[in-house]
Write a protein that binds this ligand. Structure first.
Ligand SMILES: Nc1ncnc2c1ncn2[C@@H]1O[C@H](COP(=O)(O)OP(=O)(O)OP(=O)(O)O)[C@@H](O)[C@H]1O
Ligand SMILES: [Mg+2]
Length: 367
C-alpha cells in the first residue's frame, strides 16, 4: 500500500509539530500592535512557523496575511515589486489591472500575460519613487477593514541592498497602525545588527523571538503519532535514535524521518533506523566529499575535529588543538573565520558546530 509521506519537507498544516509558544507569542505581539523579529540558525523552522500562524489566521478570517520571501531580492525595487505582487494576488486576483492602477498609481508598471492569460507586471522605478510606491502600497493596506500582518522572510537581505533601504522602510513602517510586521531571518550578525545596533533605523523597533529546537519529547511523540496515523509504527527507541542522529534539528529530523517512513513496511525498529541512517549518509558521500575537497587542509582538519566533538566553546584552546593535532591557534582562527563566513560552521550557544548535521555525521563516521 502506498502512503503519502507525512514527513514533508514543505510546510503542511496537517503534519506540523508543536511551536505553540512561538505562535502564541507572535499572535499576542500582533494583537498588541507590536512588530516581531524571529530568528534562528538555518532550517529550524522559522518560515514554517510563520506559515502555520498565517494558516490559522486565514482560517479564522479575522486577519489578512501577506508573506514575502526576500531571499532572491537585491534592491528596494525588488522588494517593492514582490510586495505589490503579493498584495495584488491577494486582493485583486480577478481585477488585476484595476488593482495595479490603484496600488502603483503613476508608476507605469509593464503588464504581460502568460500563455494561460495570467497577468504579471514588472516595475522600473528610481530611488525617488521608492517613497511614493511604499506609501501607496502601505496606504492601501492601512485602509483595509481587517488588520493586516505582513511577514518579510529572509529580512537580512535588506541590509545588503545598495539603497538606504532600512531607513526608508522604517519611516513607513512606524507610521502604520492597521498593518504590523514579522521580520524573519537566520541568526547572524546582520539581522542582529539591524535590530540591536544603536545607530540602525530598526533599533528597538520590534519584539524579538529566538526560535530554538522543538522540544525533544514533543518531537518524539509527534514522530510516533505520525507513523501510527498512517497505519505504520516506530518503536520509541528508534524515534530516539533518529532524534539523536538529527540532533533534533527540524529540517534534518524531517528529512531522515521522511526516508525512514518511505522504507518502512509496518514497524521501524532501532536497528532498522540505524541501518537506514547509515545508508542515507552513504548515498550523500559524493556531495560531502565535494564539500571537503573545496576546503584547505587546515579547514578540513578543523571541521573534522569539530564534527567529532559535536560543539566546541574554545576552538583556540591548547587542549583541543593538541588532541586533534591541529596547527597553531592563529591558523585555526583564520580557518574558523572563513568557515563561519561560508556557513560551513556556525556559532551556537553550546559552541562552534558544523552547520549541516548530516555532513557532521558523515565526518564523524568516515574519518
Ligand atoms: N514544526 C514543524 N513541524 C514539522 N515540520 C517542520 C516544522 N517546522 C519546520 N518544518 C520543516 O522543516 C524544514 C525547515 O523549516 P523552515 O524552512 O521553516 O526553516 P527555516 O528556519 O525557515 O530555514 P531557513 O533558515 O533555511 O530559511 C522544512 O522542510 C519545514 O517544512
Ligand atoms: Mg526560512
Amino acid at each position: 500500500m502506498i502512503h503519502d509521506n507525512p514527513f514533508s519537507l514543505n510546510y503542511t498544516p496537517n503534519h506540523f509539530c508543536d511551536r505553540e509558544t512561538e505562535i502564541n507569542q507572535l499572535q499576542t505581539n500582533f494583537f498588541n500592535g507590536l512588530n516581531t523579529v524571529i530568528h534562528s540558525p538555518r532550517r529550524l523552522g522559522k518560515s514554517a512557523v510563520i506559515k502555520h500562524l498565517f494558516h490559522q489566521f486565514e482560517n479564522e478570517k479575522l486577519v489578512e496575511t501577506i508573506y514575502v520571501d526576500l531571499y532572491a531580492s537585491q534592491n528596494m525595487q525588488d522588494l517593492i515589486q514582490m510586495l505589490a505582487e503579493k498584495v495584488l494576488k491577494k486582493f485583486h486576483q480577478k481585477n488585476f489591472i484595476a488593482g495595479l492602477q490603484q496600488i502603483l498609481k503613476g508608476l507605469s508598471p509593464t503588464v504581460s500575460f502568460d500563455r494561460n492569460g495570467i497577468p504579471s507586471f514588472s516595475l522600473q522605478i528610481n530611488a525617488q519613487q521608492y517613497q511614493t510606491s511604499l506609501e501607496q502600497i502601505f496606504g492601501y493596506l492601512e485602509q483595509k477593514n481587517k488588520k493586516v500582518l505582513v511577514a518579510f522572510d529572509e529580512f537580512q537581505e535588506v541590509a545588503t541592498y545598495p539603497d538606504k533601504a532600512e531607513a526608508i522602510l522604517r519611516t513607513h513602517i512606524q507610521n502604520l497602525s492597521n498593518v504590523k510586521f514579522i521580520f524573519s531571518g537566520s541568526s547572524g550578525h546582520i539581522l542582529q545588527e539591524m535590530f540591536l545596533g544603536a545607530k540602525r533605523p530598526f533599533y528597538q523597533g520590534a519584539e524579538v523571538i529566538v526560535l530554538d529546537k522543538i522540544d525533544r519529547e514533543c518531537y518524539k511523540q509527534f514522530i510516533i503519532n505520525t507513523f501510527e496515523n498512517k497505519t505504520k509504527s516506530i518503536t520509541p527507541e528508534a524515534a530516539d535514535y533518529l532524534l539523536d542522529f538529527s540532533d533534533v534539528y527540524t529540517y534534518y529530523t524531517q528529512l531522515i524521518c521522511n526516508q525512514c517512513f518511505a522504507q518502512t513496511e509496518t514497524l521501524l525498529t532501532e536497528d532498522m533506523a540505524q541501518q537506514m541512517a547509515a545508508n542515507y549518509l552513504e548515498s550523500r558521500k559524493f556531495d560531502y566529499e565535494n564539500i571537503s575537497n573545496l576546503m584547505t587542509e587546515n579547514q578540513r582538519k578543523l571541521t573534522i575535529a569539530l564534527a567529532k566533538e559535536g560543539a566546541v566553546l574554545k576552538p583556540n584552546a591548547m587542549e583541543f588543538l593538541s588532541k586533534h593535532k591541529l596547527p597553531g591557534a592563529s591558523s585555526v582562527s583564520q580557518a574558523l573565520k572563513v568557515l563561519l563566513e561560508k556557513q560551513i560552521l556556525f556559532q551556537s550557544p553550546e559552541g562552534i558546530k558544523v552547520y549541516d548535521v548530516f555532513f557532521r555525521r558523515y565526518l564523524e563516521q568516515y574519518f
